[in-house]
Write a protein that binds this ligand. Structure first.
Ligand code: TEU
Ligand code: CA
Length: 548
């Protein structure tokens, strides 16, 4: 079935780091408004902005203290309304982050809940007595340490899967759900076009809150089994859908760690009326620092192909390789040292032309890379600081910790957007809240706009091509050259039209034979190298698209 959001190309904005409009060093809503023409010109149809709500910023806005107010540093509600209006005036759409697994500990709901054991909102959060003089169970939080925090005033613990300043809402409680749904309707009635639903995978907790097995005798044990995609979670989604989502023409994308291709249809199968898309985690979890930086093409083929096939004719994929929680993809999968431009564009072609709605994270379109950290003071992310503490307790050296966080840290993708080669990369007139990546004079929007071979212009070409060719939107995906160790190739087919996408995911040239995949009579439509010399040989990180 055709839907506007299937044909859209989406762009994710991390407001704090996108554009500062008033010279305080912090990105803001008016900064986004200033750049809408840039996004429109790039070919963007749909914008997702990360949380812009009132927040004490323990987790950069993912700790919300008022869902119906704008963070003062980002502007005002009038600024938001103007942004929304200007997005719509350009024929684009805007979705916002729905963060309802938890609130800030400064949210009035939590302040009431913690005020006494018999407060009417006590049951809005998850409070428990201590067990044998310790935490109610042995769960480790996602950001390390115990998932419980003791509240001296009422002598009980509350559950927080993320930081201690992000208490988990109790989704079993019907008043909580009603309040969340009212808030959602308030935004939808304002005219926003949908939600990216944060941490939806964690809403449901194992009902008994029992200890998890702890064979390694850790102080706190990883407890994902008890709260990640836990049995019964879909009942909450159905409830939200019935009460709110189904009543609006919107798009929804759930952040769904712990979901695998074999169950994807339950979440986004069209006849089920749940969510439109999910951000699955399989391809981004592939990479473990100790296993080396680049995943094998075989692993990527297995994962992407499973998702493409699972949803063919049934549901729709969200396609992404970067976001504000991940390291930069060119640093992660590509070769920034020898083939920065080639690998950035090759990875772009690889994921962008599959079946699904492609999302681009700010800076990805110019091939921004990971940054450099010299000491603890260079990190901002609360999860990095917690990890630092944990590793220090385990006796790891400062160098080891910095190396680990440099390769994995979320701060890598949170450096200010690189607009031009002027001071502060054109992000702000003042000292930015977070250090600009030192390579901004080489990697920035202004210089790439001038350069026909830039990463930016490659993204622009991909977007235009996808817009012109229905086959690249709705066509069936078929994996080609399945056993090839360097080349990831696939075709897209619709009503007799066929495209082939070929990507050499390595820093060495790669060949295949005509017998394996013939390009006889095929027309070259897009690539990241100068004219094709040898049809059946790709240069390092070469990507080509052919129409058959
Ligand atoms: O991330 C949550 C998230 O990634 C989890 O769903 C995931 O299962 C976990 O990190 C596994 O390692 C979202 C936001 O994207 C992130 O920025 C926030 O810090 C977090 O929620 C808390 O709101
Ligand atoms: Ca500002």
């Amino acid at each position: 079935m055709a839907n506007w959001w299937k044909e859209a190309v989406a762009y994710q904005i991390y407001p704090r780091s996108f554009k500062d409009s008033n010279g305080d060093g912090i990105g803001d809503l008016n900064g986004i408004s200033e750049k809408l023409d840039y996004l429109k010109d790039l070919g963007i149809d749909l914008i997702w902005i990360c949380p812009m709500y009132k927040s004490p910023n323990d987790d950069n806005g993912y700790d919300i203290s008022d869902y119906q107010e704008i963070m003062a540093e980002f502007g005002s509600m009038a600024d938001f309304d103007r942004l929304l209006e200007q997005v719509h005036a350009r024929g684009m759409r805007l979705i916002i982050d729905l963060v309802v697994n938890h609130t800030s500990d400064e949210h009035p709901w939590f302040l009431e809940s913690r005020s006494s054991r018999n407060n009417p909102k006590r049951g809005w959060y998850i409070w428990r007595d201590s067990k044998n003089g310790a935490e109610p169970n042995n769960w480790e939080g996602i950001f390390k340490g115990s998932a419980w925090e003791f509240d001296p005033q009422t002598q009980q613990y509350y559950l927080h899967l993320f930081t201690r300043r992000q208490p988990d809402l109790n989704w079993e409680n019907h008043d909580v759900r009603r309040a969340v749904y009212d808030m959602m309707r308030w935004w939808l009635d304002k005219g926003i076009d949908g939600f990216r639903i944060d941490a939806i995978a964690h809403l449901k907790k194992e009902p008994l809150l029992d200890d998890v097995p702890n064979p390694d005798k850790l102080r706190y044990a990883p407890a994902m089994k008890s709260h990640l995609n836990y049995d019964g979670l879909l009942d909450y989604v159905d409830d939200m859908s019935r009460n709110v989502l189904q009543h609006y023409d919107i798009v929804t994308v759930g952040e769904m760690n712990g979901l695998y291709a074999e169950n994807a249809e339950e979440w986004v199968g069209e006849h089920r009326g749940r969510l439109n898309m999910v951000f699955q985690f399989e391809h981004v979890r592939l990479w473990e620092p100790e296993a080396g930086l680049r995943p094998e093409p075989a692993a990527l083929k297995r994962i992407f192909t499973a998702w493409q096939e699972a949803l063919e004719g049934k549901g729709w994929n969200a396609l992404y390789v970067e976001n504000h929680d991940l390291t930069r993809i060119t640093s992660r999968w590509g070769d920034t040292e020898h083939y920065w431009r080639e690998s950035a564009t090759c990875i772009a072609a690889l994921y962008f032309l599959m079946q699904g709605t492609p999302f681009i994270y700010q800076g990805q379109e110019i091939g921004m890379t990971n940054t450099r950290f010299e000491g603890l003071e260079d990190f901002d992310d609360v999860s990095a600081k917690n990890m630092w503490r944990e590793m220090a307790e385990q006796g790891k050296s400062e160098e080891e910790i910095i190396a680990f966080l440099t390769n994995t840290g979320r701060d890598n993708s949170r450096t200010p957007m690189q607009w031009n080669a002027w001071p502060n990369a054109g992000f702000s007139d003042a000292k930015p809240w977070f250090k600009v990546n030192a390579n901004y004079e080489m990697i920035n929007v202004a210089s790439q706009q001038q350069d026909p071979d830039s990463v930016l212009n490659f993204y622009r070409a991909l977007i235009q091509l996808r817009r012109q060719e229905r086959t690249l939107i709705y066509g069936r995906y078929v994996l080609e050259l399945e056993g090839h160790s360097q080349i990831y190739a696939y075709s897209r087919m619709l009503e007799g039209v066929e495209f082939v996408v070929l990507c050499n995911m390595s820093s060495k040239s790669a060949r295949w034979s005509e017998a394996e995949l013939s390009l006889d009579g095929a027309r070259f439509v897009l690539g990241n190298y100068a004219p094709v010399e040898e049809t059946y040989r790709l240069h390092a990180w070469e990507a080509r698209v052919y129409k058959l």
